[in-house]
Design a protein around this ligand. Structure first.
Ligand code: OXD
Ligand code: MN
Length: 582
C-alpha cells in the first residue's frame, strides 16, 4: 500500500529521512495485519498470550515501569503566541519544540519498522469525523490504534479525497522519562510524541488529536471536542434520550457509559445504550440541537475496580479480543486486577512474583483496549454519520465534601460556569500526586488545546438565536460521610439521578431553586429498592451556603487568573451567585 496523495508521500519520506527506519509499512487495517503484528510481538515479548479458553485472542502487555500514565508536565501546546496556549497549558515556541524534537528523532528508528497508520476519528462517512495519519515505530501502538480508531485503507481513501489530515509522529525512543515529550502544534495540525508507549501519550488519535488538536480546530469551525462519554437512556415508552457527561480521568466515565439499571428499572423497561466512554465531538444541527459523535471505535478503560458488580457490561466485553496493559496474572494466565472478587494473582504488573507487600498486582492505571462493538450495550447509533441529539450535558468531579449529588444549571451561561468551575481529586491516570483537589474545567484541564478563557467564550457562543441546547447538570457520586465512607452507592444506582435529569428535560420533575442551581427534594428521586435513609439523602442534597460562598470566591479567583480574556458573562454569573450566597 502507498498513496496517491503527494503531501502524505512527502511527509512520510521526510520523516523516514530523519528517523532512518529499516523498513516502512503502510497499515491497511486488516485482521491479517493485526494478527501478524500480534505474532511479531509474541516473539519479541511485547505481548504475552492469555488463557485461550477463558480469554480467546487476548494479550497482556507490560510497559516499562516508568511509562504507565500520561505525563502532563511533559505535554506542551506550541502556539506562536504563548497567550493562545493559555496558563492551562505548558507552552513552548514552535521553533524550540521542533528543534528539540528533531534532535530526538534523528536516527531514532534505526533497525526498526516505521508504521504509517491512516485513521479516521468518527464514522468513516460522517461530516463530523476528521482524519489523521500517525507514524510510529511501535507495533503495540499500531495494534491499539486498530482497536481504538477506524484505521487503514478506508481512512486513507477519505484522506486522499480530502487532501488534508492531522500529522502525528511518534517514536518510543528509548523510553527514557528524561527524553520524553508530547508536543502539539495546533496551528500546523500536527503532533510529535517521543519516549513513551503509554496510551494517552502514544495513541495519537486519542488525547492528542481528538481532544487537544480537535478542540483547537473545533473552535475555528464552530463545534466542540470534549472529554465526555455519550450514553443513550431508553425509557419504558421506548424513547431514547442521549446524554454526554464530562468527568476527569478515572472518575467512572466507562461505568456510566455502560450502566446497568437497578432491577426495578429493568423490569419497568429502562435500557441503556453505549456510544462512547471518553470523547465526544458535538456541533449544532439544522434544528438547533447539539449532535454528538464518538470519534473513537474502542475503549481504553481503567481495569482496577472493574467487576461484575461495578460494570458487568465491561466484564462481558473483556472476555475476548482485548489487549490488557499492566494488569496482574493468575496461575492459569488470566488477567487479574484489584477489585475482582475471584482469582488469585501470581504475577504482578511488572511480571514479578506477586507479593502484597510490594504493592498492588495490577498498576492502578492498568488498562484494557477493546472494540466498542464488543460491548453488550453497544448502540448502533455509534455509526450514525449525523450523530445523536443531546438532551443533557452532565459535569462531575470526585469531591468528598461540599458538592451535592446533583444540581441543574439555570441556563446555558450558568451551565458553562458550572463546567468551568469543576474541580476534582486527581487520580492515577496521570503521573503525580493522587487525591489532590484541582480545578479541572469541563474535565479538559489536561486536554484543551488552547487558552481556557477563549475556550469558555467558545462554549458561551453556542447560546444564540435558534439554538435548542441541552440542559446542563452537575453530579457528584463521590461524597463521603464522617467515617470516610461513600454516601451514594453509585454505579447502576446512578440511573436514579439520570431519571430525574431526563424528567427535568421533559418537564415532568420538580426542582428547588437554590443559589447554586436547581436541586431535587429527597422525594423527587426514586430510591425504591435502595437501602438508603432519607437523612443521608437529604445530606447528599444539602447546599451549605457558607461553604459554597467560599467556593464561589475561589471560582471567581480562578476565572480572574485568566486575565482580560476571561469572558465577562461568566464573571457576572459568578458574582451574581456569590452575592446570593453572601
Ligand atoms: C484516558 C485519560 O486515558 O483520561 O482516558 O487519561
Ligand atoms: Mn479520558
Amino acid at each position: 500500500m502507498s498513496t496517491s496523495l503527494a503531501a502524505l508521500n512527502h511527509w512520510v519520506e521526510s520523516v523516514a529521512r530523519l528517523t532512518q527506519p529499516e523498513k516502512i509499512h503502510w497499515c491497511d487495517g486488516t485482521e491479517a495485519e493485526y494478527n501478524s503484528l500480534v505474532d511479531l510481538m509474541l516473539t519479541t515479548g511485547d505481548l504475552i498470550k492469555l488463557n485461550e479458553e477463558t480469554h480467546p485472542n487476548c494479550y497482556l502487555h507490560r510497559s516499562s515501569p516508568s511509562d504507565v500514565a500520561r505525563v502532563e508536565h511533559l505535554t506542551f501546546v506550541c502556539t506562536s503566541n504563548k497567550e493562545d496556549a493559555g496558563s492551562n497549558n505548558h507552552w513552548m515556541s514552535p521553533a524550540d519544540a521542533h528543534a528539540k524534537m528533531d534532535e530526538l528523532y534523528a536516527g531514532c528508528m534505526r533497525g526498526r519498522t516505521m508504521y504509517v497508520v491512516p485513521y479516521c476519528m468518527g464514522p468513516i462517512d460522517s461530516p463530523l469525523a476528521r482524519c489523521g495519519v500517525e507514524i510510529t515505530d511501535s507495533p503495540y501502538v499500531v495494534a491499539n490504534m486498530r482497536i481504538m480508531t477506524r484505521m487503514g485503507e478506508a481512512a486513507l481513501k477519505r484522506i486522499e479525497r480530502e487532501g488534508g489530515f492531522v500529522k502525528g509522529l511518534h517514536s518510543i525512543g528509548d523510553l527514557n522519562p528524561d527524553r520524553r515529550f508530547i508536543m502539539h502544534f495546533p496551528e500546523e495540525l500536527s503532533i510529535q510524541s517521543f519516549g513513551s508507549g503509554y496510551g494517552g501519550n502514544a495513541l495519537l488519535g486519542k488525547k492528542c488529536h481528538a481532544l487537544r488538536i480537535a478542540s483547537y480546530q473545533a473552535r475555528t469551525e464552530g463545534w466542540l471536542a470534549e472529554h465526555m462519554l455519550i450514553v443513550g437512556i431508553e425509557n419504558p415508552q421506548g424513547e431514547t434520550h442521549y446524554v454526554a457527561a464530562a468527568f476527569p480521568s478515572a472518575c467512572g466515565k466507562t461505568n456510566l457509559a455502560m450502566l446497568i439499571p437497578p432491577e426495578g428499572y429493568r423490569q419497568d423497561g429502562w435500557k441503556v445504550w453505549t456510544i462512547g466512554d471518553d470523547i465526544c465531538w458535538m456541533r449544532p444541527g439544522a434544528d438547533g440541537r447539539l449532535y454528538a459523535i464518538n470519534p473513537e471505535a474502542g475503549f481504553f478503560g481503567v481495569a482496577p475496580g472493574t467487576s461484575v458488580k461495578t460494570n458487568a457490561s465491561a466484564m462481558a466485553m473483556l472476555n475476548k479480543d482485548a489487549i490488557f496493559t499492566n494488569v496482574g496474572l493468575t496461575a492459569d494466565n488470566q488477567p487479574w486486577w484489584e477489585g475482582l472478587p475471584e482469582g488469585v494473582p501470581v504475577k504482578d504488573w511488572q511480571g514479578r512474583d506477586y507479593d502484597k507487600a510490594s504493592g498492588p498486582a495490577a498498576h492502578p492505571n492498568s488498562r484494557f483496549t477493546v472494540s466498542a462493538k464488543n460491548c453488550p450495550s453497544y448502540s448502533e447509533k455509534s455509526e450514525d454519520p449525523q450523530g445523536v441529539p443531546l438532551s443533557a450535558i452532565v459535569f462531575g468531579g470526585r469531591r468528598e465534601s461540599l458538592v451535592p449529588l446533583v444540581f441543574e444549571a439555570r441556563n446555558w451561561t450558568h451551565g458553562v460556569l458550572v463546567g468551568a468551575a469543576m474541580a476534582s481529586e486527581t487520580t492515577a491516570a496521570a503521573t503525580g500526586a493522587v487525591g489532590v483537589v484541582r480545578r479541572d474545567s469541563m474535565a479538559m484541564k489536561p486536554f484543551a488545546g488552547y487558552n481556557f478563557a477563549d475556550y469558555f467564550s467558545h462554549w458561551l457562543s453556542f447560546d444564540k438565536p435558534g439554538a435548542n441546547l441541552p440542559k446542563i447538570f452537575h453530579v457528584n457520586w463521590f461524597r463521603k460521610n464522617s467515617d470516610g465512607k461513600f454516601m451514594w452507592p453509585g454505579f447502576g444506582d446512578n440511573m436514579r439521578v439520570l431519571e430525574w435529569m431526563l424528567k427535568r428535560v421533559t418537564g415532568q420533575a420538580h426542582a428547588n431553586e437554590t443559589p447554586i442551581g436547581l436541586l431535587p427534594n429527597s422525594d423527587d428521586l426514586n430510591i425504591d429498592g435502595l437501602n438508603m435513609d432519607v437523612a443521608t439523602l437529604n445530606q447528599l442534597l444539602d447546599v451549605n451556603h457558607e461553604a459554597w460562598y467560599e467556593e464561589m470566591e475561589a471560582i471567581g479567583e480562578y476565572l480572574q487568573s485568566y486575565g482580560d480574556r476571561a469572558p465577562q458573562a461568566l464573571l457576572a454569573e459568578q458574582e451574581k451567585i456569590a452575592r446570593q450566597l453572601a
